[in-house]
Design a protein around this ligand. Structure first.
Ligand SMILES: Cc1cc2nc3c(=O)[nH]c(=O)nc-3n(C[C@H](O)[C@H](O)[C@H](O)COP(=O)(O)O)c2cc1C
Length: 203
């Protein structure tokens, strides 16, 4: 049973969620988890202008994903920062290279799930996840979200990401906020939930 966590993270917030998602998935017996980044599309000059060089270096130990790896996984959990209410271009470009998998039906019946990050609380986390689901549905994947069984998404005593569609974090206007304990719990829950469902499907 293989669960693949594939993400893009410019400033580290999605990366932190990805590690928590992977931890949750690993807690399911018999599940092997790989964490991968999608290829960067920005030049080193642009990354420097965006003050992302250090954050990128901190993720350099994570292997870059190949399209073929998607086909070998039983479940794929995707993580993306919000870009104008959608997934980021790096993820879009990666997904647009999966036409051969689509043609072979290689992802049909596999579990797909999405988590996200945005700067602002209502800046498009839900639209990012839901619009991402369209691509997964075209690939024939079985969409899994973050059920209300994760009660932390009902909290009103603190600002928190997380919705029935998937785990998320609010990075703050300047990216100064780091994922909270509740947001990381949501990510772990989603990872475990996806892995458990994939294990049931594999039986
Ligand atoms: C081009 C661009 C568009 C963005 N669009 C949004 C947006 O629509 N809503 C929002 O709240 N944040 C937006 N952001 C902020 C990112 O979502 C934020 O930097 C990201 O979630 C942080 O995650 P990361 O640290 O993993 O890169 C945008 C950032 C960039 C560079």
């Amino acid at each position: 049973m293989k669960v693949l966590v594939v993400y893009y993270s410019l400033y580290g917030h999605v990366h932190a969620l990805a590690e928590a998602v992977a931890e949750g998935a690993r807690s399911v017996a018999g599940v092997e988890v790989d964490v991968r980044r999608v290829p960067e599309t920005l030049s080193p000059e642009v990354l420097a202008k965006m003050r992302a060089v250090e954050c990128q270096a901190a993720q350099s130990h994570i292997p870059v994903c190949t399209v073929d790896e998607l086909g070998r996984a039983d479940a794929v959990i995707f993580g993306t920062p919000t870009r104008f209410g959608n997934m980021c271009g790096q993820m879009r470009q990666f997904l647009d290279a999966t036409g051969q998998l689509w043609a072979k039906g290689a992802l049909v019946g596999k579990v797909g799930s999405v988590f996200a990050s945005s700067n602002t609380q209502h800046g498009g986390q839900e639209s990012t996840i839901l619009s991402f689901h369209l691509t997964l549905l075209h690939q024939g994947m079985i969409i899994v979200g973050l059920p209300y069984a994760f009660a932390g998404q009902m909290r009103t005593d603190e600002i928190t990401g997380g919705s029935p569609y998937g785990a998320s974090t609010i990075a703050g206007a300047k990216g100064e906020r780091t994922p909270t304990a509740n947001e990381l719990d949501a990510a772990r829950f989603q990872g475990k939930h996806v892995a458990a469902i994939a294990a049931k499907l594999a039986k």
